[in-house]
Design a protein around this ligand. Structure first.
Ligand code: IMP
Length: 176
């Protein structure tokens, strides 16, 4: 397989991703059995994971989206985040799952959890595609995760480098 420029190697091939998402979808369906959930995805990176995950969940699902902008110039140095596109609907009394592409330092997820919690959902949990635990600065209660990854910059399956490579069907590591 020819990899795009700057990409070092494939970390998770497409088949492995789909198989793991099916497992996590089943975990979620079991954990919320008999209930409905609202999946909230953060634009843009999480939509690839969201669509795959939603299809792997067998309980009734509603979807909504949040847009965020970061004040930091580099994804390696996360700063303050701000909501640039709010949810379309209220979440009061609902079982909410925040769907993230990656939890890195945890600052973004913590901010979003605080914001969503103030709207009084019945429950609130995090489901992340990738979990880069070695870089965590603040504790984030990740309830469901597909893969833990080392401290390397990854692209594909929604994750970008300068807005490129989101559409790669696999997750790959960038060259240092
Ligand atoms: P946080 O550090 O957990 O707040 O994550 C901030 C954001 O940085 C994530 O939502 C991603 O958009 C981005 N990010 C962190 N690590 C990577 C990576 O390895 N590849 C692509 N984006 C990343």
């Amino acid at each position: 397989m020819t990899l795009p420029p700057g990409v070092e190697k494939v970390l998770f091939p497409e088949e492995e991703i789909q198989a793991r998402i099916a497992e996590v979808g089943a975990e979620i369906s079991e954990a919320y059995a008999g209930r409905e959930i609202k999946l909230i995805a953060v634009l843009k990176g999480s939509i690839f994971f969201l669509t795959a995950l939603a299809k792997a969940v067998s309980i009734p699902v509603r979807l909504d989206f949040l847009g965020i902008s970061s004040f930091s110039s580099s994804p390696r140095a996360p700063g303050v985040v701000r909501i640039s596109k709010d949810l379309d609907e209220a979440i009061e009394g609902e079982d909410v799952l925040l769907v993230e592409d990656i939890v890195d330092t945890g600052l973004t997820a913590r901010y979003l959890l605080q914001t969503l919690a103030s709207r009084e959902p019945n429950s609130l949990a995090v489901c992340t595609f990738l979990d880069k635990t070695p870089r965590r600065l603040v504790q984030v209660p990740v309830r469901f995760r597909c893969f833990e990854i080392p401290d390397r910059f990854v692209v594909g399956f929604g994750l970008d480098y300068n807005q490129l490579y989101r559409n790669l069907p696999y997750v790959a590591v960038m060259k240092p």
